[in-house]
Design a protein around this ligand. Sequence first.
Ligand code: CTP
Length: 391
Amino acid sequence: MKKKSILLGVTGGIAAYKMASVASSLTKKGHEVHVVMTESAQEFISPVTFRAITGLPVETDLFSEPEKHEVKHISLADKTDIALIGPATANIIGKIANGIADDLLSTIITAITAPVIIAPAMNVHMFNNPIIQDNLDYLSDKGYKILAPSEGMLACGYVGKGRLPEPNILVEYILKGLTTKDLKGKKVLVTAGPTKEEIDPVRYLTNYSSGKMGYALAKSASYRGAEVKLLSGPTSLDDPIEVEVEKIKSADDLYEKVINQMEEFDIIIMAAAVADFTPENISENKIKKNNEDYLDLRLKRTKDIIKEISKNKDENQTVIGFAAESKDLIKNAREKLEKKNLDMIVANDIKNKEIFGSDESEVIIITSEKQIDVSRSSKEDIANKIFDLLK
Ligand code: CTP
């Protein structure tokens, strides 16, 4: 993503400190972060913190002398690619909803034409107050993006909905807001992670898949405007924002879920590392050693899910598979592309076990017409490359 100008509006809530992390993360990604603070915000966190993090002046006053001859609220509003107000108090929400512009932040927001995200944070009763809810609904109707506060312990001692979402989530919404929506109108199904094949009540067979590639695909598609569903095996990853996530366990479970809903999707991506074999029988009781030196575990083949998808798909659906190979990478991947009747296959050389769990990978993307080598890059960049090639 090219360098963007991001405006962070900080108002007077206890969660104002979280915005320092947001500013830091966005600055580290190379963006220009302009922080505008209300008077009450400065009771919670100092402008000096933001100035040091962003390396830019922090604006607090509508009438302070501008560095250049410019009308400050207009020039800041004009250069903004996206704005986020967080924590957004009941006061700023009420002001924006009613067109009140009586300080620098409310004036800039009134003048801004770029997307504005509002992240309310306040006491749960204040948040549930019908006037606040009406204001939020009104703002949502007018095109402002309202983030639902998260639940948990609030500064006032109450437990409930009112917390500012964590900084990494706020950053995700900002980055998503800055992404071109070239997959708008598309519905994408992604499978990710390993499967878990039960042996007995305490044991199972699985593999090294971390799920990171599938999650990166789900995130990239969602950033680009697609409606995304992620069927995920057990992973330690956070759910991508605005993606419907359904957990799966075994290869059989994944098969049922994919086949039952595949017709709803335009693009289906099987990034999951599906077990090829599963125990023939799941032992009801824990398998005992009983002085045996060996255990015979009979495994049976699972269904090839992607092959089944290709058999049942219609001509408008695109099916993408992955090939994990430890030798003859391209030859084997090409064979899978053909045998499984796929539109695209992403070949991974797994001889280098380091790729498991890594944020980066090196792949070859193969279609019937093209073969593209993608040198070591982040799984997010690889995901974007895959969607670029579908265009
Ligand atoms: N796949 C699937 N169902 C299975 C096994 C694999 O849908 N039971 C999908 C994977 O999600 C991947 C593609 O098939 O998109 C290729 O998976 P891979 O493990 O590389 O190949 P296999 O078909 O299992 O063949 P082999 O194990 O012989 O390499």
